[in-house]
Design a protein around this ligand. Structure first.
Ligand code: NAP
Length: 332
């Protein structure tokens, strides 16, 4: 495994960080707790010491699973990344979307990052995670009803109290990062980035490179599309959000698979899987500090962890990028 520093701090994360959204089941058609725990532990055995979760993932379930999985591990060898600012148990802030929890109960998700709410959420997360500090605490989505300064001041207070080590954000544009920097030292922005979703390359990446802000790439496998396992006519389980995403139309699956076939010889040569090749390419891109790869079980988790063990030459990276530049997905 390789480890990289966040911004100019001492906090090092594994280049493949475990993403625990699907592990919590919600929006992924359910989960199996034991599989999720085993996935995290197997990833740790492969050097994946960093885990990303959030209270909203399974409405507490994902954080509890992470807490259970790391219970027997030395706390100072694990980096816990969690979030705040998406509430399902409050109706304050900005309505985000309607959903159902893991038991089928109707819930409404709000973007809310008021000061008291953050302090409360942090306490809840610490309890669920079974720890007394969070390594990286990130706003999940911008809340337009709360000034950015108010949210960041709350995190600054948590840092002073020792409950949080570093402040990060998710889904922030460069100008929002800049605004937040006035109130707290931000070390990272967690944003969507994959071979087929590269919008951040134009503005956010140059800004982060210039300002020592790390980018944590989320959904680097484009939620399974880039593993090569999806086929036209793909069926998803009830409640799996992927059935409504344009990435998974028959046409986009077919075109993506045709691209993956072209780069497969590079994977074969390295005795690597397509997922490993995709993840390695992702963490080789400028400004990308680590990739947050989701996994539902030990097999996927160890497959992904091994991406850190392969290396790509400049020629190989260029070849993949050139093939990629010929692929365009249709947004519906
Ligand atoms: N901050 C945010 O707003 C935000 C948003 C999204 C994600 N994230 C973070 O980023 C993490 C990763 O993103 P993601 O989970 O959305 O997408 P992802 O990592 O691109 O894809 C994960 C999914 O792909 C499939 N998969 C993963 N590895 C595989 C393998 N080796 N072989 C075959 N299938 C494999 C699994 O689903 P199936 O087996 O069901 O196909 C898995 O749940 C999340 O867990 C979360 O921590 C953050």
């Amino acid at each position: 495994m390789q480890y990289r520093k966040l911004g100019n701090t001492e906090l090092e994360l594994s280049v493949i960080t475990f993403g625990a959204w699907a592990a919590g089941g919600w929006m992924w058609g359910g989960n199996e707790n034991n599989d999720a725990i085993e996935a995290i532990r197997s990833a740790y055995d492969m050097g994946v010491t960093s885990i990303d979760t959030a209270p909203v993932y399974g409405q507490g379930a994902s954080e509890e699973i992470v807490g259970e999985a790391i219970k027997s591990l030395p706390r100072d060898k694990v980096q816990i990344l969690t979030k705040y600012g998406l509430r399902w148990d409050e109706t304050k802030g900005e309505f985000y979307f309607h959903s159902k929890d893991n038991n089928g109960k109707e819930i409404d998700i709000y973007k809310y990052a008021g000061k008291e709410s953050i302090i409360y959420e942090c306490e809840q997360s610490l309890k669920r995670l079974g720890t007394d500090y969070i390594d990286l605490y990130q706003i999940h989505w911008h809340d337009s009803t709360t000034p950015i300064a108010e949210s960041m001041e709350a995190v600054e207070r948590l840092i002073q109290q020792g409950k949080v080590r570093y402040a990060g954000v998710c889904n922030y544009k460069a100008e929002q990062v800049e605004e937040a920097q006035q109130s707290v030292k931000l070390v990272s922005d967690q944003v969507p980035y994959s071979m087929v979703k590269r919008d951040i390359e134009t503005e956010l990446v140059p800004y982060c490179l210039q300002n020592d802000v790390s980018i944590l790439a989320y959904s680097p496998l484009q939620r399974g599309l880039l593993t090569g396992k999806m086929k036209a006519g793909q069926q998803f389980a009830e409640g799996d959000h992927r059935k409504d995403l344009y990435f998974f139309t028959n046409e986009n699956i077919k075109n993506t698979n045709a691209f993956l076939e072209k780069i497969k010889p590079v994977a074969n040569e390295k005795e690597a899987t397509l997922s490993q090749l995709v993840l390695r390419w992702t963490i080789e891109q400028p400004g990308i500090t680590i990739a947050l790869a989701g996994a539902r079980n030990a097999k996927q988790a160890t497959d992904n962890a091994k991406a850190a063990e392969i290396s790509l030459s400049k020629n190989e990276i260029d070849f993949i990028t050139e093939e990629l530049n010929r692929l365009s997905l249709v947004k519906n």
